[in-house]
Every structure is written in structure tokens, then in C-alpha cells.
Design a protein around this ligand. Structure first.
Ligand code: EPZ
Length: 421
């Protein structure tokens, strides 16, 4: 059944919204259950499609999983098969996170090459090169990565040519079971990577440099780990998306269950644009701006400005006074939302990886189409301020990464409904 979101414009928001667990932390932690000798319970799991897809893949491999609300238990002791089939992997590229753990545990595995996606080609060459440096042989056969390391993976020194989040996570998990010490250089520092490192450390893995770009891991020589039950960290991108919803409607809203330090670059940018903030123990309140100022943005790896927030800020910049320049430095095609925003009256010029966004634009409701997870949320933000009622189609993209989106927006006072196409 296909649905669309119907959103009435010219809305003010108010109140508070509770942020769910981070999809991009839940996914590597679920993959890490393949390293565990015991059953694990993960809490604060977001109820999103990508999590359900990875659980299906784990079950397909033989694992026993039980999901109750935001708590999931996973027992991978029955896992025998080491082949992650195309049918599931094609639905979610993050399935590639099973490659490192499966290879480290079984000495061989077949994982379907993830397709590209709307935002870019999304290669995995850095994942594969690192595993080869750890002694694996890698072949590509009929769209599958066929990896072998019959004597186990060997600790070594690996320098990532580029900072890669899932590449770092794959190799961290592989190194945890490797024979000997692995030194990783140019590792991603995203909070989701840090949480994975902390879970490995708490499982008894000797790991140094957590949170930095240089990490040393003493492998367990193939011994499965005693991974502890874990609460998934809050989703900083969901949190940033709701802050942008408050900002674009120039409303006072509060987001709760957040880790303030994970939001620094987003809050700093909103402060530069004229918004105020009050922070509580685990909450952040956005205060309206007397005037929304234009601001230039360049996406970069954490702790820089997140690429996953670029589309949402682009929608906000259409309401700022003045022109904003947005540079997308991580992905080659992450401007799919531009043409949809233009259909609502935005004036955005693209030149290579740079977008020039005119401010003070009166947006008008339209039928628009989601193309990738974060672009879709930008269309919702634009719809909140547009004249008339906007329909956002293909919202299956949203359901991949945002839990109960229309419920949360309604709780903030938005007039938003999920209707059948
Ligand atoms: C992770 O994707 C996130 N996904 C993405 O979030 C996020 O946009 C991205 O990191 C950047 O922050 C998950 O964590 C599940 P990368 P990932 O490897 O790991 C190039 C969302 O909306 N690269 O850090 O796939 C790559 O092409 C998603 O939740 C190589 O060249 O991103 C890109 O230009 C969208 N070779 C850059 O590195 C490789 O082997 C960063 O990619 C790997 C990556």
C-alpha cells in the first residue's frame, strides 16, 4: 500500500518531541551481534524500516530475534549461513555491515554488493581494501562480494584513504576478532562509531583511541565476544530535523532525550542564523529568531556539519534573509531535493557540489516526491511554511529512518496526515 503525507502550510509549532534511538547506531550494533557468544538485548531501538530489514537479514542467517517496541533481543549462536542475500541487501546498503563480522567469525562469507542509491554511487572499495590488508581474499561474483580468510583475519595497520562511517565500523568489528593487533588511521569519529567502540570495549576487547581518528585494537584470535546489553544513543539527525522544523516555522520547541554534545555543529549553525537556545539535562529548546539570517554551509565528517542535515538546512535557508551557499562535500549527488523545493517556489542554483539558495522566498504548496531519506524530511519542512496544502509522495523513503514522523509532527501542532495514494 502506498501512502503520501498531506501537510497544511503556514503552521506554527509548539511543545516538545521525544527523540528516538539512532538508526545509524542501531544498525552497526545489530551487525555486532554476529560477534557475540551470547544473546544480547538492545534498547532504545528506533521503529524504522532499516532496522527491520537488518533484523530480517540476521534471521535469514539463522539468528533468533525478538522485537518488542523499542527493545530487541538477538541470539546469533544458531547462525550457520554466511551468505547475506541480494534480495534483502538491495533494500538497504547498510547490510554491508555484516561483511566484517561474518568474515571474522566464519572465515568466509558472501554479501551482496549494495546497490548505489539516490545520493550517489556509494562504493565500498575502502571496506574491501582494508579486509584484503587483513589477509582476506575478496572476489566479486555475480554482484556478490565473496570473501575468504580461512586462517582468520590478521591484525595490521590500515590507513583509510577517505573517512568512511560504515567502512570504519566494518573494520572495527573485523579487527575485534582478528589475530593480533590492528592499528586504524583516519577512522570516522561519528558518535555512532564511538558507541560501537564502547560496546566492543565493554565486551572485553582491548581498544585505544576511542573517539579519535587513530584506533588500536587487540583482536580476540577468533574468540566470540561477551557483548553486553546496550541502550542505543539518541538520533542526532532526527533531533536536528526537528530543530529545523522549529526554525523554519520560527517557533519555540523542545526536543528531549538528546545528547547535547552530538548536536554542536547543528546548534552553532542555527545560532549563526539568529536562533536562541536553552539546554536542559538531556533536552534542547529552540527560541525563535527576531530575524532569520542567511548562512553558508559546508558539509564534512563529524564533528563538522553533517551531510545528513544538508537538505533540511537548504529548506530553512529559503526563509532566511539573504543568499546562502551550501557546499555538499561528501556525496556527489545529494541535491535531489533541489528540484522538488523549486517546484514549491524555491530559487536554488546548482553548480557542481555547490547550491546557491535565495532567501525570503514565499513557498507554495505542491505535489512533491521524496527521493532519499533526508531529502524527504526537507520537503516536509518546506511544506510547513508553504501557502496551501502540500502532498509529499514516496514517503517509504522517510519510513526508513524516521520513527512515527507524522505522530511527532502532530504532537508539535502540525496539521499533517498520512493518506493512501
Ligand atoms: C553513513 O553512510 C551513513 N549511513 C549515512 O547516512 C551518512 O550520510 C554517511 O555515513 C556520511 O555521514 C549509515 O551509517 C548506515 P561513508 P556510509 O562511507 O558509511 C565515500 C542516512 O541517511 N566512500 O562515510 O555509506 C562515499 O562515496 C545515511 O542515514 C568511498 O569512496 O558513508 C562518500 O563519498 C545516508 N569508498 C564518503 O566516502 C568506500 O569504500 C563518505 O561515505 C566508502 C565510502
Amino acid at each position: 500500500m502506498l501512502y503520501y503525507l498531506s501537510i497544511k502550510g503556514k503552521q506554527k509549532l509548539k511543545g516538545s518531541v521525544c527523540i528516538s534511538g539512532a538508526k545509524n547506531s542501531a544498525l552497526p550494533l545489530l551487525a555486532a551481534t554476529l560477534l557475540s557468544k551470547n544473546k544480547i538485548t538492545l534498547s532504545n531501538i528506533p521503529n524504522v524500516v532499516d532496522v527491520k530489514t537488518l533484523l530480517k537479514l540476521l534471521e535469514n542467517l539463522g539468528a533468533k530475534t525478538e522485537l518488542n517496541g523499542s527493545v530487541v533481543s538477538v541470539d546469533t549462536t544458531p547462525v550457520k549461513s554466511a551468505c547475506a542475500n541480494y534480495d534483502i541487501v538491495r533494500k538497504m546498503r547498510a547490510s554491508i555491515l555484516t561483511l566484517g563480522p561474518l568474515l571474522a567469525r566464519f572465515g568466509h562469507c558472501e554479501v551482496s554488493m549494495p546497490g548505489g542509491c539516490a545520493i550517489g554511487q556509494r562504493p565500498i572499495d575502502l571496506h574491501l581494501k582494508a579486509l584484503e590488508q587483513m589477509g582476506a581474499t575478496i572476489e566479486l561474483k555475480q554482484g556478490y562480494v565473496v570473501a575468504k580468510a580461512p586462517d582468520g583475519l590478521k591484525g595490521t595497520t590500515i590507513i583509510f584513504d577517505k573517512v568512511t562511517v560504515t567502512g570504519s565500523e566494518n573494520i572495527l568489528m573485523a579487527a575485534a576478532l582478528a589475530h593480533g593487533v590492528t592499528k586504524l588511521v583516519n577512522v570516522a569519529k561519528e558518535p555512532e562509531v564511538v558507541q560501537l567502540c564502547e560496546v566492543l570495549r565493554d565486551a572485553g576487547v582491548k581498544i585505544e583511541g576511542i573517539g579519535t581518528s587513530k584506533i588500536t585494537i587487540v583482536g580476540s584470535y577468533g574468540e566470540l565476544l561477551d557483548i553486553k546489553d546496550t541502550k542505543v544513543i539518541p538520533d542526532r539527525i532526527e533531533a536536528g530535523t526537528y530543530l529545523c522544523a522549529g526554525a523554519i516555522t520560527n517557533s519555540k520547541i523542545t526536543i528531549t532525550d538528546v545528547i547535547h554534545s552530538h548536536l554542536e555543529s547543528i546548534i552553532l549553525k542555527l545560532e549563526q542564523m539568529g536562533f536562541g537556545f536553552e539546554t536542559g539535562e538531556n533536552s534542547v529548546t529552540l527560541l525563535p529568531a527576531s530575524k532569520i539570517e542567511a548562512s553558508d554551509i559546508e558539509t564534512s565528517e563529524y564533528p563538522g556539519f553533517p551531510t545528513d542535515m544538508q537538505a533540511q538546512f537548504m529548506a530553512l535557508c529559503t526563509q532566511a534573509s539573504g543568499t546562502s551557499i551550501i557546499d555538499e562535500r561528501l556525496f556527489e549527488n545529494r541535491f535531489m531535493h533541489v528540484s522538488e523545493l523549486a517546484r514549491m517556489g524555491a530559487n536554488i542554483k546548482l553548480k557542481g557540489h555547490s547550491a546557491t539558495v535565495e532567501g525570503d522566498m514565499e513557498l507554495r504548496a505542491a505535489d512533491v516526491m521524496a527521493t532519499d531519506l533526508r531529502a524527504s524530511s526537507a520537503l516536509i519542512l518546506a511544506a510547513l511554511v508553504a501557502e496551501g496544502t502540500t502532498k509529499v509522495h514516496r514517503i517509504y523513503h522517510l519510513d526508513r529512518g524516521y520513527e512515527n514522523l507524522e505522530g511527532k509532527f502532530s504532537a508539535l501542532g502540525a496539521d499533517i496526515q498520512r493518506l493512501e495514494e
